[in-house]
Ligand binder design. Sequence first.
Ligand code: P6P
Length: 332
Amino acid sequence: MKRISLTQHLVEEQRLNNNISAELRLLIEVVARACKTISHAVGKGALGEVLGSANTENIQGEVQKKLDILSNEILLEANEWGGHLAAMASEEMESIHLIPNRYPKGEYMLLFDPLDGSSNIDVNVSIGTIFSVLKAPEGMQTPVEQDFLQPGSQQVAAGYALYGPQTMLVLTTGHGVNCFTLDREMGSWVLTQRDMKIPADTQEFAINASNARHWFPPVTRYVNELLAGSTGPRQKNFNMRWIASMVTDVHRILTRGGIFMYPADAREPGKEGKLRLMYEANPMAMLVEQAGGAATNGKQRMLDIPPEKLHQRVAVFLGSKNEVDRVTAYHQ
Ligand code: P6P
């Protein structure tokens, strides 16, 4: 197959759909380049003296890994100078990050989880970077947190890098989902899968089953039916996967179908779940919908949720449409 680079893909997408301004193309290429740098650091492991904890905590009260902080810095530095951004927001930073005055500002806002699944770093399990792109509100002067609080349907692009046996970049700009594989010898992203699609049905589910005793009834009912397999109401057997790295679980689902669930549960009443809306659930929901799947918080379409806080958590049900619709219906 003729090698299509990320740049050629973006230029052709712009010609076809007129949806990728020069600034947005620069943004995506800069983020992709930063992910190459992160992949290189992650790949060094103990040889790069980047494993272990940084002995600091993030806004979520989670102990930060050295690679969490390094990845965050790589993305900040890569994006500050280009003139394409008004501001950035990250899981690793309590408040939004303004573009330094010495640089021009742009019309886009970038949100990211610089290294998701970091509990897997020290045990050499695949991890990833998740990113979401919004447009700055019309007439915005100095960005404030409120300017970021747009529903996921407002995203103009979303994607993730997956640092696994291959390093991959999966991207949507609103016209389907495409996958690029990093050619390490050339240092270039090569289009390896066009227009990824999630089958509407599946026989594979992903949930952390150790929380079963805390689940609310709709989730308990849904999962018990899957576990009953061919002897129960679903009349077919299901398989289970839980990698505890959202990027990796979602990539499997984009590749072969499945349903991913991180529900709210009774452990902390009022806590909507573990995953974050703005830079985990929303970008993944855009990708999944663009691939023909569905994404909800159990009660409504993920991309319709009006955000209230930058780091707010949300319950997540995403993947094969018929399964997401079923478990969401059980919540009604
Ligand atoms: P648990 C990783 O820490 C993460 O944010 C997601 O990538 C992953 O899906 C989830 O948390 C795993 O959570 O409770 O199973 O460890």
